[in-house]
Design a binder for this molecule. Structure first.
Ligand SMILES: *Cc1c(COP(=O)(O)O)cnc(C)c1O
Length: 391
């Protein structure tokens, strides 16, 4: 199947070499003609006019292409450093479902043992029916990962991991995987292109849950894939067109609207996360804090070297086990007890409440997604909840 997407309407005239935090604001806008709308329209059409043979670049039909996708796809690709537009999918897991089968049938997939549990479950399901062979690894242990790369067809990277916040050495592992003949996919959901650009480390395909930081308002489920490799991208388009996990025009528009404020949201939530992580570390009710921004964190050095900022997600282990951790979740009044992350509102969750969360994630681990509320209000609420748990 050919690429039936036309080039987007907005790239024309957009200056080059802008900083990523400018690009997320300025890219993907309609051309500068008199009375043009400042924002791209939402196009609700299942089909597009055409006569004669369908040509490369024709839209043709709404499962292949929608004008509402183009501005978002351009806006995500530019800060990522890809000359080719991103590909938007329904959820992040649809993006992962498209990227994973880029390995040959029955091939070997090497994956972090603490990958996002949905991606891990997907790999396990594909492995169960022989579509691939799964090798899980401690992604922070570079030498151990290298040793497992022999005969691998794909290395799946996630850094920081969800929810353990382990840091993988992106460049070293990517080079080792390529030397072993494997393709490299990185789930960059936690960092966004403002925090980390895996393509620059040589990664072949970047996967996003747009649902999280990119869209940023906990009101849309969306995913995306970015690759600078034309052939891989064509295969991903084929997957999207045939498997049908396509994004809705409204959802894509909402995500673009969210992306416009990405830099501000991350700046704020990241600064607050740093303050909260320091205070949590000193709190007697806390057994352990994982946050790559803490100098004591095992991933700190690596994170500092390969990330712009340390992100807005913190994992804590509460003294007193699962029960005390649940008490904290019960007691918060500002933090929202809910799964997911990356929204403007701060969320808190005990990850092991999910039956399919890996058993190596501690029972008393709470994942904190720091939002953009006032840092002192967030701390006061957390402190009173921790007090109840210890009381
Ligand atoms: C949430 C998440 C996903 C899955 O994304 P959905 O949009 O929920 O399908 C994948 N990877 C990571 C790291 C996530 O946090």
């Amino acid at each position: 199947m050919t690429d039936l997407r036309s080039a987007g309407p907005a790239a024309e005239g957009h200056p080059e070499n802008l900083a990523p935090d400018t690009v997320v604001v300025s890219a993907g806008r309609p051309g500068r003609t008199h009375d043009a709308p400042v924002n791209p329209p939402v196009v609700l059409s299942s089909t597009f006019l055409g006569r004669g043979e369908v040509q490369h670049g024709d839209r043709a039909y709404g499962r292949y292409s929608n004008p509402s996708w183009d501005p978002f796809e351009e806006t995500l690709a530019e800060p990522e450093g890809s000359p080719l537009p991103a590909l938007v999918f329904a959820p992040g897991l649809a993006a992962a479902s498209a990227a994973m089968p880029l390995l040959p049938a029955g091939g070997v997939l090497v994956m972090p043992q603490h990958s996002y549990q949905g991606s891990l479950a997907l790999a396990e399901q594909l492995a169960a029916r022989g579509a691939l062979q799964l090798r899980t690894v401690d992604i922070a242990d570079t030498e151990a990962v290298k040793a497992r790369l022999e005969g691998a067809d794909m290395l799946w990277l996630e850094s920081p991991t969800n929810p353990m916040l382990e840091i993988a050495e992106l460049q070293v592992l990517t080079a080792a995987a390529h030397a072993a003949g494997a393709l490299v996919v990185a789930d960059n959901t936690f960092s966004t292109p403002l925090g980390q650009r895996p393509l620059e480390s040589g990664v072949d395909v970047v996967v996003y849950s747009v649902t999280k930081y990119l869209a940023g308002h906990s009101d849309v489920i969306l995913g995306a894939v970015v690759t600078a490799d034309e052939a891989l991208r064509t295969r991903l388009i084929e997957h999207r067109s045939l498997h049908g996990a396509i994004a809705g025009p409204f959802e894509t528009w909402l995500a673009l609207r969210g992306v416009r404020t990405l830099a501000l949201r991350i700046e704020r939530s990241q600064a607050t996360a740093a303050v909260l992580a320091e205070r949590l570390l000193a709190h007697p009710g806390i057994e352990a804090v994982r946050y790559p921004g803490l100098p004591q964190d095992p991933g700190h050095g690596r994170a500092k070297a390969q990330m712009d900022g340390f992100g807005s997600t913190i994992a804590i282990q509460v003294r007193g086990g699962a029960e005390a951790a649940e008490t904290v979740v019960e007691a918060v009044r500002l933090w929202v007890p809910a799964t997911s992350l990356g929204g403007v509102e701060s969320l808190i969750e005990r990850r092991r409440r999910h039956a399919n969360e890996p058993a190596s994630v501690p029972e008393n681990l709470l994942r904190l997604s720091v939002g953009i509320e006032n840092a002192e209000d967030l701390w006061a609420d957390l402190a009173q909840a921790l007090e109840k748990a210890q009381g």
